[in-house]
Ligand binder design. Structure first.
Ligand SMILES: [Ca+2]
Ligand SMILES: [Ca+2]
Ligand SMILES: [Ca+2]
Ligand SMILES: [Ca+2]
Length: 256
């Protein structure tokens, strides 16, 4: 399969904010200084996915992922060739245990011989079946309207644990001031788990309204204006993201 990470992401997934990792620098975050290890016990406290808890689950996972982001560099525990990315500039998939709790929590796509990259995400296993089912992919730092820094990222979930991504969550600019909003996201759902997105909503504390579906596309308010996310592109996006998760899980399942 010919896939270039940045272009696929730009075309399918990162439509909302562009391919941030190629134009933003990974700078300016606080350095994590609390106790480690922490991730597994905090993921355990969140528990399995529940529809009516989805907002709280997103924010709990986002907090954990942000703390992982602020832990300094770590070395890959396992590396392998990515079939999905084999023709891209970053054909290596790697997993890391950033918080040193003995369980991998981070994946990245690397160039051959490279040890760091901005193409990384954090992975979590909500239902304890040994397979990661929730990923938070790094987008990069972007300013908010009060000139604070917002971590743009992309959450994607396999909420029924069948190995396929069925929920995508994006940062949005719902109020149209050209800055990403801090407390509302666009959520896209594959409600019947058949690989197509069926419904979208803007959801955040105090916000709940549908994302309009017009002529086969979900029309989302991004910081650079309205973006039409075609259902067929989203379908490919789900396949790609499910593939990324599968490759990370396959790597995790390998012996040392
Ligand atoms: Ca860990
Ligand atoms: Ca799982
Ligand atoms: Ca699923
Ligand atoms: Ca569907």
């Amino acid at each position: 399969m010919k896939i270039d990470a940045c272009s696929v992401i730009a075309v399918i997934i990162l439509l909302i904010g562009g391919c941030a990792s190629s134009r933003t620098k990974y700078v300016g975050w606080p350095e994590y200084s609390g106790p480690i290890p922490f991730v597994q016990k905090e993921v355990d406290a969140i528990g399995e996915f529940e529809w009516n808890q989805r907002l709280q689950i997103r924010s709990g996972i986002d907090e954990i992922a942000f703390r992982l982001l602020t832990i300094g560099k770590s070395s890959p525990l396992k590396k392998g060739k990515s079939k999905l990315m084999e023709d891209s500039p970053t054909p290596v998939i790697a997993v890391y245990d950033k918080d040193l709790d003995g369980k991998e929590d981070t994946f990245a796509h690397l160039a051959v011989g490279e040890t760091s990259t901005l193409d990384f995400g954090f992975i979590f296993d909500l239902n304890h079946d040994g397979k990661m089912d929730y990923a938070v992919f790094n987008g990069g730092p972007l300013p908010t309207k009060d000139m604070k820094v917002l971590w743009m990222n992309y959450h994607y979930l396999d909420s029924n644990y069948d190995g396929k991504i069925d929920i995508l969550i994006y940062n949005v600019d719902l109020d149209g001031d050209k800055f990403l909003d801090k407390n509302v996201w666009a959520w896209l759902y594959d409600n019947d788990f058949d690989g197509t997105i069926d419904e979208g909503e803007y959801l955040g504390p105090g916000v709940e309204m549908p994302v309009p579906e017009i002529e086969g596309a979900f029309v989302i308010k991004s910081a650079t204006g309205e973006k039409r996310l075609l259902k067929k592109d989203l379908q490919e996006g789900l396949v790609f993201l499910s593939g990324v998760l599968s490759e990370a899980n396959a790597l995790l399942a390998q012996g040392e």
